[in-house]
Design a protein around this ligand. Structure first.
Ligand SMILES: [Zn+2]
Length: 440
């Protein structure tokens, strides 16, 4: 039981108590602050902030006399955090088209070719330009909000995509992605960074695409700029076997693809290292670097990631669609890394649902504890994006981004709660608990 005394609250913001048979704090079992699951749980909300969390009798004892809202047969949970997406690709039909057909069998170049062809055709036809992109991206964001996502880590190639989250209830952290491997592309990316400047709140935050697509000088410059601006540096890394083959030997389908696209001019020195090892050699792995995918990493690389406190985001739905393999989740957990989860975009995932990502991850790794998986979709995402003091758990002082998840008849005892939340997938029905002041 933790909380503030009611007399500290402003009288205009009287708390409302929300009560449910089960309350999931999002904390790890054994954490200070109350553990993971509370039976007959309640939380008090005032001014959009959680004031008090505990069992219903505890919360009433502390804040008696407030309005009480009962959420029968529901589980109160923190909002979900989607740690990796490209909302600007919401118009893509690639994942839909290939659903049920053989995927790309782990060769990323087939998919990149299709993605570029689709981009060209969207640019060629009358698709409404940026406003067409923004309309679809906002629809996607609203669908995410409707299923209980409260925060999205979004990466885009177009500056216009930065607008997607403006004026929306869901919090969106946008990063403009730079890439380019040839000398010419490197110089143009560095010049672009220079032109954008790095000071002030109106300056866009930037990130780099991947070790195989972005010159090392650009990766370093973008990381240094992110550190100065105080935001996470998110990078796709070790997604496929061909990526590692290219970084280690300079060969394979990615090399052929880069040559074909005239992105290869020989200026990139093959690092002869695994993807994580290579990023570490550039000095860009630390507690604010988010390694997205991290499927093909060695034991030694996981040790480096743990030592550097690097963050990880897994995208099981996207990985499955592209056939690139399964990330070594158990090994990450054994080294004390709790990966976050992301849907990735509609170009590699037909359904952008975090409930589904949890279900797929559990299918891929049946030995995972359901409670751990739920922590990945909430707390770990908030930590990865540097917002854990505001969202990701139900604790006093956090934003009241709270879901009431309908457990129906599936939840009869404590052990059913996390089982249901992480295996029901896109059938989960979640409603937002009142977020604003409510004077009844
Ligand atoms: Zn991505």
């Amino acid at each position: 039981m933790t909380g503030e005394r009611s007399d500290k609250l402003h009288p205009a913001a009287l708390p409302v108590i929300h009560r449910a048979p089960w309350l999931v704090t999002g904390l790890a079992s054994g954490d200070a602050g109350g553990g993971a699951l509370v039976a007959d749980g309640a939380l008090a909300v005032a001014g959009g902030i959680i004031r008090c969390v505990g069992t219903f009798p505890e919360v009433v004892r502390q804040l008696g006399g407030c309005r009480i809202i009962e959420h029968e047969s529901a589980v109160l949970t923190p909002a979900l955090v989607n740690s990796h997406c490209h909302l600007e690709l919401s118009r893509s039909a690639l994942a839909e088209q290939y659903e049920g057909r053989p995927g790309y069998d782990g060769d990323p170049t087939g998919w990149i070719r299709d993605l570029l062809a689709e981009k060209d055709s969207l640019a060629g036809e009358n698709s409404g330009g940026d406003s067409g992109m923004l309309t679809r991206a906002r629809q996607t964001l609203q669908q995410m909000a409707a299923e209980g996502i409260g925060f999205v880590g979004d990466v885009g190639n177009s500056l216009a995509a930065e607008m997607v989250g403006h004026g929306q209830d869901v919090r969106v952290a946008f990063l403009l992605e730079l890439l380019g491997l040839s000398r010419e592309a490197e110089e143009s990316s560095l010049a672009r960074l220079e032109r954008m400047g790095s000071d002030g709140p109106t300056v866009v935050n930037c990130t780099a695409h991947a070790p195989y697509s972005t010159a090392p000088a650009v990766i370093r410059a973008v990381k240094q700029r992110a550190t100065r601006r105080g935001h996470p540096f998110s990078i796709h890394v070790a997604e496929s076997e061909p990526e590692v083959e290219f970084l280690q030997n300079g060969s394979g389908v990615l090399r052929e693809f880069l040559e074909e696209r005239r992105a290869w001019d020989g200026s990139f020195r093959i690092p002869e290292k695994g993807a994580i090892d290579y990023l570490d050699s550039l000095g860009v792995l630390d507690g604010t670097t988010l390694c997205v995918h991290a499927v093909h990493v060695s034991e030694a690389e996981i040790t480096i990631m743990a030592e550097k406190k690097a963050k990880v985001c897994l995208c099981p739905g996207s990985n499955r669609f592209l056939g690139v393999g399964k990330a070594p989740v158990t090994e990450f957990l054994a080294r004390g890394i709790l990966p976050a989860l992301g849907t990735d975009s509609r170009a590699s995932n037909r359904i952008l649902s975090m409930w589904r990502e949890m279900r797929l991850l559990r299918q891929d790794h049946p030995a995972l504890e359901p409670e751990t998986v739920f922590g990945m979709a909430t707390r770990a995402g908030a930590e990865a994006w540097g917002v854990a003091s505001q969202i990701g758990t139900l604790e006093p002082g956090r934003e009241a981004r709270v879901l009431a998840v309908d457990g129906g008849t599936a939840i009869k005892r404590a052990a059913d709660v996390f089982e249901f939340l992480t295996s029901a997938g896109e059938t989960v029905r979640a409603e937002w608990v009142e977020q604003k002041d409510d004077d009844g």
